[in-house]
Design a protein around this ligand. Structure first.
Ligand SMILES: [Zn+2]
Length: 252
């Protein structure tokens, strides 16, 4: 089978559309960010289980991914983040969620939301579970050694920017935060992860950078108190997602 030639990166060569240093563009270009709250519903679907981790205090990962996605959408509409968009010449930034209720979608349906809407960035939100002592924030991108990857360098750069922004925001709230870094999805048990393994990824006809964030280990009591169950959890969640929103705005 012959693969379609991957779309050229708009960040290099003759197709470059990134702003020239020091030159502020007009506000004509539309940009789209798709946020994918991981899991959902009660049925496992191809490429997406209904739920994986459950927090120490009870809420399921599928609920937290949606809560955090809704917060991220709010932060992306904040004056602080809009100012970053506008300073970069983007006055029209669409933000779309793959789901807004407690339903599960297949991995392909999630990726299709980005493809159909010609997204510039697809960010999937997840939480880790594990031993009680495990902690930290990590972000995955698709390895060049996996199929359908045509822009590993751009995905990796975005993963690093977003991971740094998320970690810094959590670290500002809790000195116990840990940065597990940006990693290729081949660094996981199954050598690929979540929507990053979907065959439709990277085939939108427009380069869509795709990352998957694991916000924290909700199996950890301190991380759970910080982001799920503590009295400041909602404010902390919003602060963490503001860190992500600012990083996305700088990277868009
Ligand atoms: Zn997950």
């Amino acid at each position: 089978m012959t693969m379609a030639k991957p779309p050229a990166s708009p960040y290099s060569g003759a197709n470059a559309s990134a702003p020239v240093d020091g030159v502020k563009r007009g506000c004509s270009e539309k940009r789209v960010i798709v946020i994918d709250p991981g899991h959902g519903g009660t049925e496992n679907k191809p490429g997406s289980s209904a739920n994986n981790a459950t927090s120490v205090s009870g809420p399921k990962e599928k609920t937290l991914t949606l809560d955090f996605a809704l917060s991220l959408r709010l932060q992306l509409a904040s004056a602080e983040v809009k100012a970053i968009f506008e300073s970069r010449g983007y006055c029209d930034v669409g933000v779309i969620l793959t789901r807004e209720t407690d339903i599960n979608l297949t991995g392909s349906q999630r990726v299709a939301v980005a493809t159909v809407n010609k997204a510039d960035i697809l960010i999937s939100i997840h939480f880790n579970g594990g031993g009680a002592s495990a902690r930290g924030t990590e972000t995955f991108y698709k390895s060049a050694s996996n199929p359908q990857q045509s822009n590993e360098a751009e995905d990796k750069a975005l993963a690093q920017t977003v991971n740094d922004g998320l970690y810094a925001a959590i670290r500002a709230l809790d000195p116990g935060a840990k940065n597990r870094g940006a990693k290729p999805d081949t660094d996981t048990q199954l050598k690929s992860l979540g929507i990053l393994r979907d065959a439709g990824i990277g085939l939108s006809g427009k380069m869509c950078r795709s990352i998957l964030i694991e916000v924290e280990f909700i199996s950890n009591v301190a991380a759970d108190a910080l982001l799920v169950s503590g009295s400041n959890a909602k404010a902390n969640r919003d602060a963490a997602m503001l860190g992500v929103a600012k990083a996305l705005a700088r990277a868009l």
